[in-house]
Write a protein that binds this ligand. Structure first.
Ligand SMILES: [Zn+2]
Length: 285
């Protein structure tokens, strides 16, 4: 690689929610709805085969409930050398947990499940629904996390999380202090769920139309990458996908095309999100 070549990092991340998102936040009791989460296990197997064929690493954010329900899948993810991150227990929205005590209990329960099932202690956290509470960052620091991946204050550039922000409706927003936790930012644009999934739950006001053609999503994702590659040297391109969403046949073909296309882009490497967060830290030493 020459000095002029921008270095670009691609992080493929998969949120392995499986059944937890359906019986947790979506409160489903219908076997049909629950089976949509069950399909996540099928998708997970397909993704692991694709990643192995293409020789690329990835990060899987796994709920504690998924680890307990699909222990063999989660052990297979770890055995293949992919990173496992923390994603709550039953896909709880931290904002809905109301108190720091309850939020901490959920963090501990997620850790416990991942430890029992796959003997891993994640260094990365992604909050279910990307909704951090006012306490989340402090709680993550208390548990020794190195990075988190739920905020959207940048797109391709990691940054430091903060505590002590103050919301003033009648004055400027006041930014708090940086803390020792790296933000690996995300975006709904770079998430497969709103593009593809169809979910209508009237009682919860959930209405995701989804069902996009992969050609549309591939265009959006490739153009976002092309912009980053040109304008943001050392950028980190983080895709968020879900085995139950991306695991459908036509979408798996899109993911395969994308991986091969990324490989053709000069100066581009694949990385786990954890390694990319450590690379950001190293730049500050
Ligand atoms: Zn999730």
């Amino acid at each position: 690689m020459t000095a002029e070549t921008p270095r670009a990092t691609v992080c493929l991340t998969f949120d392995f929610d499986a059944i937890s998102i359906w019986i947790g936040p979506f409160a489903a009791r219908s076997p049909s709805m629950i089976s949509r989460g069950e399909f996540g296990a099928v998708g997970c197997e397909r993704i692991l085969r694709l990643l192995e064929r293409e020789g690329v690493p990835a990060t899987f954010f796994v709920t504690g409930h998924t680890a307990e329900t699909y222990p063999d899948h989660v052990r297979a993810i770890a055995a293949a050398g992919h990173e496992i991150g923390h994603h709550g227990y039953l896909h709880e929205n931290p904002l809905a947990l109301d108190t720091p005590e309850r939020e901490r209990e959920v963090l501990l329960r997620g850790f416990d499940a991942l430890d029992r099932v796959a003997q891993v202690r994640p260094t990365g956290y992604r909050s279910p629904a990307w909704d951090n509470s006012p306490y989340t960052i402090e709680l993550l620091l208390g548990q020794g996390f190195r990075y988190e991946s739920s905020l959207m204050g940048n797109d391709f550039t990691p940054y430091w999380c903060r505590t002590g922000d103050a919301i003033q409706p009648d004055g400027p927003y006041l930014f708090g202090s940086n803390v020792d936790l790296v933000e690996m930012p995300v975006s709904w644009i770079l998430d497969d769920f709103p593009h593809f999934e169809y979910v209508s739950i009237r009682s919860l006001g959930v209405n995701v139309t989804g069902l996009s053609a992969p050609s549309k999503v591939q265009e959006i994702w490739q153009d976002d990458f092309t912009f980053m590659h040109r304008e943001v040297p050392d950028g980190v391109f983080t895709l968020t996908m879900h085995p139950q969403v991306i695991g459908r046949g036509h979408r798996m073909l899109m993911l395969e095309r994308l991986i091969r296309w990324f490989k053709e882009q000069p100066g581009t490497r694949f990385s786990t999100l954890g390694d990319a967060a450590e690379a950001f830290r190293a730049g500050f030493r």
